[in-house]
Design a protein around this ligand. Structure first.
Ligand code: PHE
Length: 472
């Protein structure tokens, strides 16, 4: 490991390049890859969505990932302050920091509902563990229970307000523990231990699932391209998914970049992060769909895919309860390394803004996230009929959870991303920016073209098509 100094800023930072890479991959790989990607791919017709998703990752996500980390590394501060510093040194308006402030807001909103899903995952670890004790190791999970009982696991959880709120609090509490301990002794330690464990579990479960058959069917579903399925809303969904998955547009990578030392090559690390994230999303698809297909279940269950459809599949699987435990543990691990990143964004902002120390700052943010999160946790039960933004067509008939998800992934994140690309591509001082990227002149040119032209124009187009589908 190469020891890194954080540019003499006196701020704590990652202890090595690999620590940063693992933490950033930990931030990127999460429920977005394992739960949201397969659900979105299933609901948006498979291949067309997947291909457009990959297009978004390579041509839009990757250049923006580099842009975000370089803003952070240059500024060595919380996200808004880092953006302000680059703006100031470039002779531009300090109001450009709004791109990061919007991100801080999004990160706060996302962590509030993210921990709700994390709580559901914890519950499933518990369900499979207690099943293992009841029915033993050898056969499938849930022996002696009929399909209706398994089907009921999900509504029983989602419909129980007290339980979903308690689980949300538990998951948020675990997240807070690591954030409160700090960057190098909390966030980093967690990522360095948990990410390798995650990859071992993912590969093991995928290989195991592949032997169960239906692998070809899954490949066909995920990768066969049918152009007519590529509608505006599918494109916006794919873009939102790519951003969410790469942790872009929420100032997460600006924040993590703020802890990176001068010697790290940001371009190379961005490629590693994006590649690992996309790899995990695709493998997650190939892990989940064969299990679903082999059990003859439907693909377009949306959010319930993981919590309602999958548990059936573990019933017919040898060592089903054990595989179930490992599967949901893996999801929980991935979710935790992401929720920690999400909580860190507003925490670092609050610390800098108010001079509060890490522990009180993180507790304050967590308290706010808990209050808002409770509304999301209740949106599958007590508040199921509460549609806060019913008057806006994009959010009609959606509860708090879906509104917060849609508001961030379909509006705030793309807007912040458009601002980021304009800021880095057009507004910032070229020399300052070029000095951070670590790209060769040719690649620098390509990257500039993508950031200056392709990113803002495509983002703008997709945003418009997604918001006003009837205009086109
Ligand atoms: N990228 C994470 C996921 O895929 C979610 C996330 C978004 C984490 C933004 C941090 C910042 O689950």
């Amino acid at each position: 490991l190469v020891a890194l100094e954080t540019a003499g800023s006196g701020r704590e930072g990652w202890s090595s390049r690999s620590a940063f890479v693992l933490a950033a991959i930990g931030s990127a790989v999460g429920l977005g890859n394992l739960w949201r990607f397969p659900a979105e791919a299933g609901a948006n017709g498979g291949g067309a969505f997947v291909l457009f998703y990959i297009f978004c990752v390579v041509l839009i996500g990757l250049p923006l990932l580099l842009s975000e980390t370089l803003i952070g590394r240059h500024g060595q501060s919380s996200a808004p302050e880092s953006a302000r510093r680059l703006a100031r040194e470039s002779g531009a308006s300090r109001h450009w920091s709004i791109l990061a402030s919007l991100g801080v807001l999004s990160a706060f909103l996302i962590v509030s509902f993210y921990c709700v899903v994390g709580g559901w995952v914890l519950h499933y670890v518990w369900i499979f563990t207690s099943d293992l004790f009841q029915t033993g190791l050898s056969g499938g999970a849930f022996q002696g229970r009929d399909p209706a009982q398994i089907e009921a696991l999900w509504p029983n959880l989602a419909g129980n307000g007290g339980l979903t709120v308690a689980l949300d609090a538990l998951f948020l509490g675990i997240t807070l523990f690591f954030v409160a301990r700090g960057v190098s002794s909390g966030i980093e330690v967690m990522a360095v231990w948990l990410m390798p464990a995650f990859f071992v579990l993912l590969i093991a479960i995928t290989v195991y699932g592949a032997f169960g058959g239906a692998f070809h069917e899954s490949m066909a579903f995920l990768f066969s391209f049918e152009p007519h399925k590529l509608t505006g809303s599918v494109m916006l969904a794919a873009l939102g998914q790519a951003f969410f998955s790469l942790s872009l547009g929420v100032a997460g990578m600006i924040t993590y970049g703020g802890y990176v030392g001068r010697k790290v090559n940001l371009a190379t690390t961005s490629v590693i992060i994006a590649a690992a994230d996309t790899f995990v999303a695709l493998v997650a698809g190939l892990c989940i769909f064969p299990i679903v297909f082999a059990a003859g279940l439907g693909v377009n269950a949306g959010p319930a895919l993981m919590f309602q459809t999958l548990p059936h599949a573990f019933q017919s699987m040898p060592f089903g309860s054990l595989v179930g435990i490992f599967f949901f543990l893996m999801v929980g691990v991935a979710a935790l390394t992401s929720s920690v990143a999400l909580l860190e964004v507003p925490t670092s902002w609050l610390m800098e803004k108010t001079g509060l120390r890490r522990v009180p700052a993180s507790c304050t943010i967590a308290l706010g996230a808990m209050i808002l999160g409770a509304l999301s946790a209740l949106s599958t039960n007590e508040l199921a009929e509460f549609y806060p933004l019913n008057f806006i067509p994009l959010f009609e008939g959606q509860g708090v959870f879906d509104v917060l998800d849609g508001l961030t992934s379909k509006l705030f994140m793309p807007i912040a991303a458009i601002m980021t690309s304009v800021f880095v591509g057009w507004v910032s001082d070229r020399r300052l920016v070029n000095a951070e990227t670590g790209l060769s002149p040719t690649l620098q040119g390509i990257w500039r073209f993508l950031v200056c032209w392709l990113c803002p124009l495509t983002l703008f187009g997709i945003l418009a098509v997604g918001i006003f589908p009837n205009l086109f």
